[in-house]
Design a binder for this molecule. Structure first.
Ligand SMILES: Cc1cc2nc3c(=O)[nH]c(=O)nc-3n(C[C@H](O)[C@H](O)[C@H](O)COP(=O)(O)OP(=O)(O)OC[C@H]3O[C@@H](n4cnc5c(N)ncnc54)[C@H](O)[C@@H]3O)c2cc1C
Length: 543
């Protein structure tokens, strides 16, 4: 064990490791990047987290930076859960439901709890946490909150930020702060504190006052956005103040979450699902826009394109047999409603009217077994992601959304990009939020393909920015998108975000390199040559 690890182990109840195996295991996450940490710690409780943060802060005061990176299940695609210092692994011990109010559905959890397990527990009380990710079986609530994730239900229910009521966070110096909406009077008290917490409240309050015109330019015209920091909902017109929206989505760069209190929604397992096919992108976009205008938003609006279905069919001709057959439509759209029974008939009628003039054909069902079959069309994506042709892997390079009325342009841009780079396109995603996914098949062991990956990221991010979109839609900037953030925000707004980081993290001990401080050369130097999805194979296939 290294000297530093030994010193930390003397102070922590949870385990500390610095062996090569542990360091290599935690050198990667779901992204194409890798960095081996100096050591790995499994905090047993909040006190352990405080001590680790304090340790890192005190070393930094003396000029030696061993930063702290909190980690859930490491499933993020952006290199946000890797770091060169101490990896704090939460799922091992800090994984409990602390309180569940079955009347209000409010739940308080430790960050390492598995998302799927929490969802199961909520279902037994007729509730659910709507912005769940496709990866819920192998990811944590800490990761979800920290990434401000979204998912298939976000079109109707919003993103994670909409559900976080309060947080307990450990600050960079080891102090603990409880966030939540404060009245004007409560804020005054915080502003008077002679602690680091007081300093943070004072500095953020001043920043919001002085820069409010600039801050108003932050929100982008998209319905999913996890980029940068959220500064718009901290201080409200009534003078109330809440740091929670700022911490949600901050990816461990402002504080370490030790407890999260979340709101939930009533769960209605009775749904109606429509599977529609389109042979024109223009009609597809028109349908999506009109469906968004229904009196009640669909609870999901998901798409896969014909290229994806064709590729899945070539891999396994039985997978979609009896559900959808070649020749596959240009786009297949799944539209789900979970509205109350008395409203559903009207909604379906209106939906059919829209699809009658836009879709090639469509089928409507409220039979659970038929719905499961329809959903298999969207879930076919997993087969494509898990398949590797030799050393080629479907690598996650992008996570973007554009304004919904530019969905068609985005799709066309993606096709041109892939074709220009001699890659087979296969597109899927949350159509209703214009959040599309493409994972090009590359062999990162080859210099040419690594160069191609950066060419693709550069061109793709430019396309999205030109369409007024966000380069980080569902799950954060991480290291991978950090080099492009200034380009997206412009230098003034990006400098403003950096001020926030400096207020919370003056010594750069909290997950440095994420959101700030990673240049293109920095990330080129840490690209993995052997991208794989080892961490999810046990969860596939799903049924
Ligand atoms: C196949 C697949 C499908 C996916 N589908 C989706 C999807 O539908 N929607 C979506 O948004 N994402 C999706 N993702 C990305 C990822 O799974 C999610 O973002 C997930 O919520 C990350 O959770 P995690 O526990 O793995 O977090 P990690 O990857 O471990 O960490 C994510 C971030 O959270 C920070 N963090 C973790 N714990 C704490 C803490 N206690 N305090 C402060 N910061 C913390 C980390 O430092 C890091 O910045 C998918 C990934 C895969 C592989």
């Amino acid at each position: 064990m290294s000297k530093v690890a030994h010193y930390l182990q003397e102070h922590l109840v949870g385990e500390v490791m610095s062996g090569t195996d542990a360091r290599l295991y935690f050198a990667t996450d779901g992204s194409i990047l890798q960095t081996a940490p100096a050591l790995v710690a499994y905090p047993k409780n909040e006190n352990d987290v405080r001590k680790a943060a304090r340790f890192s802060w005190q070393l930094a005061e003396r000029g030696r930076v061993i930063p702290v990176t909190p980690r859930g299940s490491g499933s993020n695609h952006s290199g946000a859960a890797i770091g060169s210092g101490i990896i704090l692994v939460f799922p091992a011990h800090m994984n409990r439901i602390l309180e569940l109010d079955t009347k209000t559905g409010t739940v308080t959890v430790e960050p390492g709890i598995n998302y799927g397990k929490l969802q199961q527990a909520l279902h037994t009380h007729g509730r659910f946490l709507p912005p769940y990710p496709a990866s819920l079986e192998y990811s944590t609530i800490g990761g979800a909150v920290s990434n401000n994730i979204s998912g298939e239900k976000s079109i109707k229910y919003g993103s994670t930020r909409d559900y976080v009521k309060s947080l307990r966070i450990v600050l960079a110096n080891g102090e603990v702060v409880e966030t939540g909406r404060l009245s004007k009077r409560e804020l005054s008290k915080k502003l008077g504190l002679a602690t680091f917490e007081g300093e943070i409240y004072r500095s953020i309050d001043t920043l919001l006052e002085e820069q409010h015109e600039l801050i108003e330019q932050l929100p982008r015209n998209v319905t999913m956005d996890s980029a940068g920091y959220c500064l718009t909902d901290i201080k409200r017109k009534d003078g109330s103040f809440d740091l929670t929206p700022l911490i949600v989505g901050s990816q461990g760069t402002l504080g370490i979450i030790t407890e999260a209190t979340l709101g939930t929604e009533p769960y209605n397992s009775q749904t109606t699902l429509i599977m529609a096919s389109f042979d024109s992108l223009e009609h597809f976009q028109q349908a999506v826009l009109e469906l968004r205008g229904l009196p009640e938003m669909p609870s999901a609006m998901e798409m896969v394109d014909g290229n994806l279905l064709q590729q899945v069919h070539e891999l396994n001709p039985n997978q979609l047999k009896d559900i959808i057959a070649p020749p596959f439509p240009l786009v297949t759209l799944l539209v789900e409603f979970d509205s109350a029974e008395r409203r559903i008939k009207k909604l379906i009628k209106k939906t059919q009217k829209i699809l009658d003039k836009t879709a090639k054909d469509y089928q409507v069902t409220d039979e659970p077994e038929q719905e499961l079959l329809f959903w298999k069309v969207r879930q076919a994506t997993s087969s494509l992601l898990a398949h590797n042709a030799g050393l080629l892997h479907a690598v996650p390079l992008f996570d973007s959304a554009v304004p919904v009325d530019r969905l068609r342009e985005y799709l066309e841009g993606l096709y041109s990009l892939m074709e220009a780079n001699n890659l087979k396109p296969a597109v899927w995603g949350h159509a209703g939020d214009a959040n599309l996914h493409v994972q090009p098949q590359l062999n990162l062991g080859q210099v040419g393909d690594r160069q191609k990956a950066f060419r693709l990221m550069g061109e793709h991010n430019k396309l999205v920015i030109n369409l007024n979109g966000t380069i980080s839609a569902e799950s954060g900037d991480g290291r991978l998108r950090t080099p492009y953030l200034e380009f997206m925000y412009g230098s003034e707004l990006y400098a403003l975000l950096q001020k926030v980081k400096q207020i919370f993290d003056p010594y750069g001990t909290l997950n440095p390199g994420v959101k700030f401080g990673s240049s293109l050369d920095d990330i080129k130097a840490i690209v993995r040559t052997d991208y794989n999805l080892e961490h999810i194979y046990t969860h596939l296939p799903q049924s």
